[in-house]
Design a protein around this ligand. Structure first.
Ligand SMILES: Nc1ncnc2c1ncn2[C@@H]1O[C@H](COP(=O)(O)OP(=O)(O)OP(=O)(O)O)[C@@H](O)[C@H]1O
Length: 262
């Protein structure tokens, strides 16, 4: 693998009984790329992210991160190698404040086993958390309980926490799901400014084609566990198979498919 590839999968397969969720996936991602993953419901997008981040063991195939095989490596170790992720549903401590969630993430990033005998909330961590809140435009929610903040802000907290360890690559599973159409661009503008600032390579799953077009330089289109198109947004979104099977826009312009807005 050359230095111009940060993530590579070779012949990646995953079956669940009779269901093939990933079929012979060959993907290479270069450092600094912003890649959108599209596909209708059940196409295999989350399965791909779960395998790459260690949450799911592939049935066969290889995954290389920075040239090192990571198949069989536990998620926490993969995160420590610099490959982080967020989830469709934000993984936060719902009863704690936004600030405390960030402080826990900061403590966890500093040490794999934070001591129960030392306070988690130190001045240094609080100052760092405040800087993160500002960067992610979350200062207004600093002391609010996670359950009391809007969905878009929860998503931002989750993504901010994923970026705390300064990952080289970030995988986002539907960062704008459950967020109103009006809020989507503001959320993605904030996320993209942060990842550009940190120089992070990004791959994100997205159903909204307006969001995809606006933020990515490359699209992987999944259908039935396979990648049916890989290229620039103009190329992939004009592809006849993608229009028929993913975005639901047949050649006559008729839209039918659930889960995609183009
Ligand atoms: N743990 C599992 N056990 C059995 N089948 C699974 C499991 N996880 C995923 N599948 C199946 O694998 C296929 C791909 O699912 P996956 O969740 O990866 O799709 P997706 O593209 O992320 O869909 P969505 O957009 O709805 O999140 C589906 O048919 C799904 O039902």
């Amino acid at each position: 693998m050359s230095a111009s590839i940060i993530l590579e999968t070779r012949g990646l397969c995953k079956t669940f009984g009779a269901v093939t969720a990933a079929k012979d996936l060959h993907v290479t991602i270069a450092p600094g790329e912003v890649v959108g993953v599209i596909g209708s419901n059940g196409a295999g997008k989350t399965t791909f992210i779960n395998m790459v981040t260690g949450y799911l063991e592939p049935s066969s195939g290889e995954i290389l991160f920075n040239g090192k095989s990571i198949v069989g490596t536990v998620p926490r170790a993969i995160t420590r190698m610099g490959l982080a992720r967020s989830f469709q549903v934000a993984q936060l401590f719902p009863e704690l404040s936004v600030l405390d969630n960030l402080i826990i993430a900061l403590a966890a990033a500093e040490s794999p086993r934070p001591s129960f005998f030392r306070p988690l909330r130190t001045r240094a961590r609080e100052a760092r958390a405040d800087a993160i809140l500002e960067e992610f435009r979350l200062t207004a929610f600093r002391d609010a309980r996670v359950t009391a903040v809007p969905q878009g802000a929860r998503k931002l907290v989750d993504i901010a926490m994923a970026l705390i360890g300064e990952p080289k690559m970030l995988l986002l599973d539907e960062p704008t799901s459950g967020v109103s159409v009006d809020e989507k661009n503001a959320l993605m503008d904030t996320v993209m400014a942060a990842v550009r600032h940190h120089g992070t390579t990004v791959l994100f799953v997205e159903h909204d084609m307006d969001v995809v077009r606006r933020y990515v330089s490359r699209i992987l289109a999944f259908y039935s566990g396979e990648i049916i198109a890989d290229g620039t947004p103009d190329h992939v979104l004009a592809d006849a198979k993608v229009r028929e099977l993913v975005t639901g826009h047949a050649a006559d312009g008729h839209s039918a498919r659930k889960g995609a807005s183009a």
